[in-house]
Design a protein around this ligand. Structure first.
Ligand SMILES: C[S@@+](CC[C@H](N)C(=O)[O-])C[C@H]1O[C@@H](n2cnc3c(N)ncnc32)[C@H](O)[C@@H]1O
Length: 415
């Protein structure tokens, strides 16, 4: 019989009296050097685990010889542990499991957060695809088993390189259950910046979504004049990808040819990211962040608070006719039209000041065609910019590219 015993970093003390006696009375004790040291006074045969392919052969042979064997492993053997592999190679009836607390369980207890709804991922000797997918899905709690290669800093850099729209606190929990246990909380950026620091090789990383609205003083001071990272904005929980991406925003601001003291309409403002960038570039201008959904208006208002923006006016549009009530704009950006592009263009044509400029961001060729037809029929000049960009993504110490959704930017002015 092979008894697989989970053990904690406090060694023998982590075992119940019953399990301790199973270990002491076995005829063969198998484990890593670290685990075997906990039983230095054990008098039977010990075998140190080295390499799974070789070790499994030994185990199979010993189990056929009907020896009583204990294999020591960390935490719960069936939680990303040796248990799963043993079940693939050895008959179930010859195996018994004695679980201990898993490292993840300890980590969540120390940071005092329920974990039944956490996404549990191991990148211990594995690729990072599942982790990247969980980040992209915007999971609220992600607990990660690491290894020497995939350090906490690398995980934080991967998260940052994805430029996602969720804000997280990142906990690094080292040597759980041992006297030198350390538990610290970082922002992803701060963690990624700790390049030279070496965490203990036994660590768990937990990403916990936070809902902090206002940026702290340091974050605010570090904001660039132009090109705020996407993940700094609060966004739609169910559709995080809906926000205009940073690089596209920068191009929009350029296409608008902004000048000081202007009135600007941002129609279909969504999260308000374009309005906020405009307002930071041009603090003497007044920006109307026009949005038809209540959720959008709520997010825009919060983002204005978050970025301490005072010259953006969130404007809840229930009926297109309300646009006539707003002051005539020098610039109009149309980022969303809710299927009413032509009606919006008709109103813009009446309200835009004499030398005004409209920039429209379009994700579909149908809307592009419709806009160009309208501009031609109404004798406007236009230029078209097609934007197809890719961002870099760190994969361990390599770099690969992933694309941002292509869009068209149409810039128009009267002839
Ligand atoms: C192969 S997994 C084993 C997981 C184990 N079965 C469990 O239940 O915790 C090894 C990884 O678990 C994590 N780990 C295990 N024990 C830990 C501890 N005491 N403190 C921090 N991390 C630990 C580390 O990320 C380590 O690289």
């Amino acid at each position: 019989m092979i008894r697989v015993v989970g053990i904690g970093l406090n060694g023998k003390d982590s075992l119940t009296t019953e399990v301790k006696s199973i270990v002491i009375n076995t005829s063969i004790l198998i484990g890593s050097q670290r685990h075997l040291k906990y039983f230095s006074d054990y008098s039977g045969t010990t075998i140190a685990l080295e390499n799974f392919i070789k070790d499994i052969k030994v185990l199979k042979k010993l189990s056929k010889d009907n020896k009583s064997i204990v294999v020591l492993v960390s935490g719960d053997p069936l939680f990303f542990g040796l248990g799963r592999l043993l079940l693939q190679e050895i008959n179930k009836k010859d195996l018994e499991f004695y679980p201990n607390l898993t490292s993840i369980q300890l980590a969540f207890s120390y940071i005092k957060v329920p974990w039944h709804d956490a996404q549990l991922i191991s990148i211990h000797g594995r690729n990072l695809d599942e982790l990247i997918l969980s980040f992209k899905k915007g999971k609220q709690k992600i607990a990660i088993l690491t290894d020497n290669y995939n350090s906490p800093q690398i995980i934080a850099s991967i998260y940052l390189s994805l430029s996602l729209l969720k804000s997280y606190d990142v906990w690094v929990c080292e040597n759980l259950g041992r006297v030198d246990q350390k538990i610290n909380c970082f922002s992803p950026q701060k963690l990624a910046d700790l390049k030279q620091y070496e965490f203990s090789s036994l660590n768990i990383v937990i990403f916990l979504e936070n809902n902090n609205i206002a940026l702290n003083t340091q974050e605010y001071a570090q904001l660039p004049v132009l090109g705020i990272r996407d993940e700094h904005f609060l966004t739609f929980k169910d559709r995080p990808g809906l926000m205009t991406k940073r690089e596209v925003r920068i191009a929009i601001l350029g296409e608008l040819s902004l000048q000081p003291k202007q009135v600007i309409w941002d129609i279909g403002a969504g999260t308000g990211s374009v309005s906020i960038e405009i307002s930071r570039l041009s603090n003497t201008s007044k920006v109307y962040a026009i949005e038809k959904t209540a959720v959008g208006i709520n997010i825009i208002t919060k983002n204005c608070k978050r970025f301490r923006t005072y010259n953006v006016v969130p404007f809840a549009l229930t009926n297109l006719q309300e646009l006539y009530e707003l002051p005539s704009p020098d610039r109009i950006f149309i980022g969303g039209s809710g299927g009413k592009l032509i009606e919006i263009l008709e109103i813009c044509q009446q309200k835009l000041k004499e030398n005004g400029i409209i920039t429209i961001s379009l994700a579909t060729v149908e809307n592009l065609g419709m806009s160009i037809n309208w501009l031609k029929n109404n004798s406007w000049n236009y230029t078209l910019l097609s934007i197809q960009l890719s961002r870099s993504l760190a994969i361990a110490n390599l770099t690969r590219l992933y694309p941002i959704n292509p869009v068209f930017l149409l810039r128009a002015n009267r002839r």
